[in-house]
Design a protein around this ligand. Structure first.
Ligand SMILES: NC(=O)c1ccc[n+]([C@@H]2O[C@H](COP(=O)([O-])OP(=O)(O)OC[C@H]3O[C@@H](n4cnc5c(N)ncnc54)[C@H](O)[C@@H]3O)[C@@H](O)[C@H]2O)c1
Length: 443
């Protein structure tokens, strides 16, 4: 059946629709007002607490036009052709800010992780250094540590090495193995007392060096299947990480060997268990191991570098200028004096490069520097008492010399082409640095 619309019914329905629209409009306005920052202070507070300063600001008190404009803007439907809605722009900004915030949190988490890793590595080092210091200060702790220590052996200052295949290893012996060797000696217990502390592992296993010069060398060599090797050779055949250990151990043993008597009273001095000092109980004087500071300088005139050789050097070997610091001198003064004394040049500027402990002939602290002389003042006036030859080298000649082995430097006529100290010597590092600097300049 057809449903017929009477005018009254139609009027009634129109009225209800109008009323419904009015109610829905009021409801939407209420919702929009609830969503606006003006009437939702908690939202505004959250936004501002996160530092979102670009969020549209709530209409200020006393401004009549802004709330209306705010609501009008927010009521525009998408695709209506109207300009960008401030509220949607605000939402996009919030999205961007959220992204920045997430990235910041991720970055902070990563940063924390990396820092804690670095910290852990650092703290291993710190704990190790503090433990070693404790061993130096606390005699009974150091004696106990000897029981769990590892020992490096020397015979008249030559380190004990084992050849395995083509490699030379520096063996560590346990306290039990040491006792087996020392049992064959009278006063075996006292022998361990002669050892000196030279370091420890990350797990705090202390390392000691002991010179068995009083024992039969060949008997120990055959028992331990190795050989005591001159330090000059040993440093150049062992693994790079073992060289500084052997050098410092030998220097410390050598210092103890040459400081057995007090220079004031002539009485014997006693070492502490760690070997970090010797005391004369008659005078109360304490002696500490010492190193002599030496500067080693690579002089350059901007495009060439100066190398020299002493009569005692192996044939063909040239190196940078070196000399001991005089009492009261600083490094700069020693560099200027040595360069002036040895080659008659005046240093205009100098730059520190690195340092190295060097055990020959006795403990030196090598302080390596680059020095520049004026390009117009390069004429060499050599000290013939100290040097046999000193001359300028160009980049190409240096690069060739670095490739050359001592053995391959001899020519048919018996003369020698120049070659330079091996990589273990700090002179080598100075020469390489100069090559890098020159190559960068000419590139
Ligand atoms: N590692 C390297 O690359 C490298 C390179 C060159 C020299 N060096 C070392 O540098 C040191 C010095 O070299 P150099 O050629 O001037 O030495 P050097 O041995 O020729 O000594 C020069 C002079 O210095 C004096 N002297 C010696 N020992 C001294 C000391 N402990 N304190 C003060 N003066 C002393 C003596 O009068 C000696 O004649 C040497 O030990 C040498 O082995 C190391």
């Amino acid at each position: 059946m057809l449903w017929r619309q009477t005018p009254e019914k139609l009027e009634g329905r129109k009225g209800r629709r109008k009323k419904g629209r009015k109610e829905r409009g009021e409801k939407r306005e209420r919702n929009e007002q609830e969503q606006s920052p003006e009437v939702n202070p908690s939202r505004e507070l959250r936004a501002s607490s996160l530092g979102r300063t670009t969020a549209p600001s709530a209409p200020s008190a006393g401004s009549d036009s802004e709330p209306a404009e705010w609501l009008r803007c927010c009521r525009r439907s998408p695709g209506s052709g109207a300009g960008p809605c401030r509220w949607r722009r605000h939402t996009a900004q919030q999205g961007h800010q959220l992204w920045v915030l997430v990235m910041a949190v991720v970055y902070q988490a990563l940063h924390r992780r990396v820092s804690s890793l670095v910290c852990r590595l650092h703290s291993t080092y710190v704990r190790k250094m503090r433990y070693l210091n404790q061993l130096k200060e606390d005699d009974s702790l150091c004696r106990q540590a000897q029981a769990s220590g590892a020992f490096y052996l020397f015979h008249n200052l030559s380190p004990f090495l084992q050849k395995v295949g083509k490699k030379y290893l520096v063996p560590q012996l346990s306290a039990a193995e040491m006792k087996q060797i020392l049992e064959k000696l009278p006063e075996a217990e006292q022998w361990l007392e002669k050892s000196v502390l030279i370091g420890c592992s990350d797990e705090h296993r202390p390392h000691f060096a002991l010179d068995l010069g009083a024992l039969d060398k060949s008997a120990i060599e055959s028992e331990l299947q190795g050989s005591f090797t001159d330090l000059r050779k040993a440093l150049f055949v062992v693994d790079g990480k073992d060289s500084p250990l052997l050098a410092s151990a030998q220097s410390l043993l050598q210092w103890h060997d040459s400081h057995q008597y007090c220079s004031k009273t002539g009485q014997p001095t006693q070492k502490n268990p760690a070997g970090s000092k010797r005391v004369c109980h008659a005078s109360g004087v304490t002696y500490y191991p010492q190193m002599s500071p030496v500067v080693i300088t690579l002089v350059s005139d901007g495009s060439r570098c100066l190398l020299a050789r002493q009569p005692s050097f192996p044939q063909g070997m040239f190196t940078a200028l070196s000399g001991f610091c005089d009492m009261g001198e600083n490094v700069e003064e020693t560099v200027r004096r040595e360069v002036a004394e040895e080659v008659g040049l005046e240093v205009e500027s100098l730059r520190y490069s690195a340092s190295q402990h060097w055990p020959f002939p006795s403990s030196c602290l090598m302080i390596a520097c680059h020095a520049l002389v004026g390009a117009q003042r390069t004429e060499i006036s050599m000290d013939t008492l100290e040097l046999e030859e000193a001359r300028w080298f160009g980049l190409e000649e240096i690069v060739e010399g670095l490739k050359r082995e001592p053995r391959s430097s001899k020519q048919d006529d018996g003369s020698f082409l120049p070659w330079f100290p091996p990589k273990q010597a700090i002179a080598h590092q100075l020469i390489r640095e100069w090559v890098q600097q020159q190559s960068a300049q000419t590139a």
